[in-house]
Design a protein around this ligand. Structure first.
Ligand code: ADP
Ligand code: MG
Length: 699
């Protein structure tokens, strides 16, 4: 329940299609154009459960990881005009503009129309709970390709097999202080779609900052949010006519919490925020419709603690329907009468052990043990014979039984009718419930980010529209949580116009990959509006973050081939702009050393000369440090180690300048290679270094 379950339809140009997606369980609908080359990334972000494609695409390879199920529909179902008709009918609008569509959105409308038509077929219960489509225009959120998403371990760990005790080591896990399912889903979405415009980032930052500053208010807010159940899914079930009595009780309790959430936000004792501040929080508070009418209806109609199913009875509250109350009184009176009958019949017959009972097959009866059968009066009629007793009825008992059963039947009918009416009445409130749910989700995420910031010691980054990236005392948000407090070593990283590329060298295990990913994660956190793990940070808004890990480090895909690595590198060279952040980890490693060095060299030159993006390149190839002499905006840095005798100690500190040696043998020794092998390796190394020196190469 903490993630979405999307059906996705694609239409238009297969290379840059229009995408429409719907999650039936939450009623969420979205449409967005897919930029060329980003389809795979888009699908990776949505993780669809099912993919809907035009029949004529059947021969093509599926885009990327695709979906568990693919359904082909006739091309005619993806026609924009038919789609427009479906969409207008679906959301009951006269014109598509009413939903935010513009001219030129034919593809989006076609995809959405195909999606709706398909859903109408597979969901005969109706689509009343689908929300208005959210149209996402390019330029609002960042596209994260699959490798970047995975390498940064945003929502899924690279090695799920290493997950221990429910702890998987993802950014989502570290940040997820949400207290509602809606918030959890939204946080996940925010992480997978960072913002790329500064204003919305600043707005979220302001809201987070305010909730960091006022801890008392944040605590109150989160305590109230905690009472709100999954309104999105409850609303979806109400709209589909599938809500159970317990669902309605959950809805009622959630609606009761809404005004309290709002009150917690208002915080009477807090000083008024400076002008222009907290616009987002105020907006969300205003959007939080307390739904008094719907709640009042539920409070009047629904029993305090209704049973799981309607059939169990007792769903409608006493005092709501006089007819129902009268029937219940009749039923209860009848039951009381029958219960009292026992005492009267005992007295009349002189059988002290006589009992009134009830079973499903025979109804009410009077039970007399064998020993007393001679005292049974003539008006008793035998109904059932047991081993040591007989069961009887009397005309009087039958008459009262008929009254009770008749009342029960009518009660069941009436309750079912009232319940259906109640559900229908609530269905009319569904769009408002959904809007309130959205506000709740956003508040929950903002409060969670604030809570995470406080708990983990994050600071507010200064997000700007310039070029310079400056992180002081930066930490890896996930790795730091896996070690004892304060034992993670913070590092500074600065990238600027005149120092755009940082080549980070250092032996294996020094901490290069960690540093690289930490920069990526800090940048991403900043662009979702979060605080960041650092002592101070000034960060630009970047248009893309690319992360690549060289083939031999990339165990995940099971296809750690050099070709894949080059394919991904090619994608960066074509997708990166001056405003991108590119993080390359041991690129070129998957081939012979000189091939690898040459490719890494050429790629770096291209990024430096042609693209101008900010780049960090972690490599154990020292040869690359020589690039600093040739490329003016390239700097060397190394993750320091100290030699102590034959051993090395990892300092985890980033220092200017390239690493002078690779320390491979020391690392091998740390890893437990036998001393004899280590000695032999040392000898060979000396010989090889001697040979290089002999032909006049640089050591
Ligand atoms: P490399 O890529 O240089 O081989 P890694 O980045 O994989 O090294 O780091 C190796 C290990 O060192 C990590 O698993 C982590 O436990 C530890 N480490 C890395 N950076 C730091 C740091 N800044 N502070 C403390 N420990 C660190
Ligand atoms: Mg590494």
């Amino acid at each position: 329940e903490r993630r979405n379950n999307f059906l996705v339809a694609l239409a238009g140009d297969p290379a840059a299609p229009a995408l429409a997606a719907a999650d039936l369980s939450t009623g969420e609908v979205l449409a967005r154009p897919v930029a060329p080359g980003t389809l795979e990334a888009e699908l990776a972000r949505l993780e669809p459960a099912e993919l809907l494609l035009p029949q004529s695409w059947a021969g093509r390879p599926l885009p990327g990881p695709g979906a568990p199920a693919v359904t082909y529909r006739p091309d005619a179902a993806f026609d924009p005009r038919a789609g427009a008709e479906e969409v207008r009918r679906g959301w009951r609008v006269e014109a598509l503009e009413g939903l935010g569509f513009q001219s030129g959105d034919d593809g989006l409308v076609a995809a959405l129309g195909a999606l709706l038509a398909y859903l109408a077929e597979v969901q005969p219960a109706g689509l009343g709970h689908l929300r208005r489509p959210r149209i996402e225009r390019p330029g609002e959120t960042m596209v994260l390709d699959e490798m970047t998403r995975r390498n940064l371990e945003l929502v899924e760990p690279l090695r799920p097999d290493l997950a221990r005790g429910g702890c998987t080591g993802t950014l989502l896990e570290v940040l997820d202080e949400t207290v509602t399912a809606m918030g959890a889903r939204l946080l996940r979405r925010w992480l997978l779609a960072p913002l790329v415009a500064p204003e919305p980032i600043w707005r979220r930052q302001e809201a987070v900052a305010e909730l960091v500053d006022d801890a008392a208010r944040r605590r109150r807010l989160r305590a109230e949010l905690e009472r709100v159940r999954d309104l999105e899914r409850l609303a979806a079930r109400v709209a589909a006519g599938r809500a159970t009595p317990r669902d309605l009780a959950a809805l009622r309790d959630s609606l009761t919490a809404l005004p309290r959430v709002r009150a917690a936000l208002e915080a009477a004792d807090a000083p008024p925020p400076p002008a222009g501040r907290a616009a987002l929080l105020a907006e969300l508070a205003a959007a939080l419709d307390p739904l008094d009418d719907a709640r009042a209806l539920l409070e009047r109609a629904l029993a305090d603690d209704p049973p799981a199913t309607l059939a169990e009875g007792g769903v409608i509250r006493e005092g709501y329907d006089p007819e129902l109350d009268a029937l219940r009184a009749a039923r209860d009176g009848g039951r009381d009468f029958i219960a009292a009958l026992q005492a009267r019949e005992c007295e009349r017959t002189g059988i002290a052990s006589l009992k009134v009972g009830y079973n499903k097959v025979f109804g009410y009866y009077l039970e007399v043990t064998r020993a007393n059968l001679d005292r049974v009066p003539p008006d008793y009629r035998r109904r059932q014979t047991l081993a040591n007793a007989e069961r009887f009825v009397t005309p009087e008992l039958e008459e009262w039984e008929a009254r009770v059963l008749g009342a029960e039947e009518r009660i069941a009918e009436l309750e079912a009718r009232r319940f259906a009416e109640l559900r229908r009445a609530l269905a009319a409130h569904v769009p408002r419930i959904q809007r309130a749910a959205e506000a709740v989700a956003a508040l929950d995420v903002l409060a969670a980010l604030a809570r995470a910031a406080e708990r983990r010691g994050y600071v507010r980054p200064e997000v700007h529209t310039g070029y310079r990236l400056e992180i002081r005392g930066g930490r890896h948000p996930v790795v730091e949580t896996m070690m004892p407090r304060e034992s993670f070593i913070p590092n500074d990283v600065v990238l600027d116009e005149d120092a755009r590329i940082l080549v980070v060298t250092g032996p294996n295990m020094a901490g290069k990959s960690t540093l690289l990913r930490q920069v990526g994660l800090i940048q991403l956190l900043a662009q979702i509006g979060s605080f960041v793990p650092a002592t101070a940070a000034r960060l630009p808004v970047v248009d893309r973050i690319f992360t690549r890990v060289g083939a031999s480090d990339n165990l995940v895909r099971g296809q750690s081939t050099f070709l894949v690595e080059m394919h991904e590198t090619a994608a960066i060279l074509s997708g990166a702009t001056r405003r991108s952040l590119v993080l390359l980890d041991e690129i070129g490693r998957g081939t012979a050393t000189y091939d690898g060095v040459s490719i890494a060299w050429a790629v770096t030159e291209h990024l430096h000369d042609q693209i101008g993006c900010k780049t960090i390149f972690a490599t154990h190839y020292h040869e690359l440090t020589r690039l600093a002499d040739l490329l003016p905006a390239l700097r060397n840095a190394n993750v320091a180690v100290r030699e102590v005798g034959d051993e090395i100690v990892f300092l985890r500190r980033l220092e200017p300048g390239g690493a002078d040696r690779s320390y491979g043998i020391q690392v091998a020794r740390l890893a437990g290679l036998p001393p004899a092998v280590i000695e032999r390796a040392r000898t060979i190394l000396h010989e090889l270094e001697g040979a290089h020196a002999a032909v006049g190469e640089e050591p």
